[in-house]
Design a protein around this ligand. Structure first.
Ligand SMILES: [Zn+2]
Length: 144
């Protein structure tokens, strides 16, 4: 899936959650992090950086730390991890897939190819629906 599609999907979730600016930013950083992480470390694409347990465990640890301390950085970290999980879920919809239980085997639902017109339609409809449902309220949260 293209970077702009990941960003639109995560923006859709931010709108649905009516997130304020900093949590929205944390979710957006996670939107492209798995790809950037593999690129920065010269790792094979859609391997370790796209392994969902890494982010799921980090999300749970961040949520537990936030519940324990009420410290905002843990809340932002949890949203960053959620953004990464949304990225991986979106990549799961493409034929290249993601590693599921082990890093050596990838699985996919394969609804559309990366960069295909259908990807643009699906992400566009997702974003438009999120804005239709919560756009006005989200803008009030973003720009009080
Ligand atoms: Zn990816």
């Amino acid at each position: 899936m293209l970077g702009r599609s990941h960003i639109l999907i995560n923006l859709s979730v931010a709108a649905l959650m009516k997130l304020p600016p900093i949590p929205t930013f944390a979710l957006l950083v996670g939107a492209t992090f798995p790809d950037r992480f593999e690129y920065w470390l010269s790792l094979e694409h859609r391997k370790f950086g796209h392994w969902w347990p890494l982010y799921a465990i980090s999300l749970l640890v961040s949520m537990a730390a936030y519940n324990h301390s009420n410290s905002y950085p843990y809340y932002w970290m949890a949203l960053f991890c959620l953004g990464c999980l949304l990225h991986i879920l979106a990549d799961f919809l493409t034929p290249a897939g993601i590693p599921t239980l082990s890093l050596s085997h990838r699985h996919a639902i394969a609804i559309f190819k990366t960069g295909s017109p259908l990807e643009c339609v699906v992400t566009g409809i997702t974003f438009a629906t999120a804005l239709y449902l919560n756009g006005a309220q989200w803008l009030e949260v973003l720009f009080p």
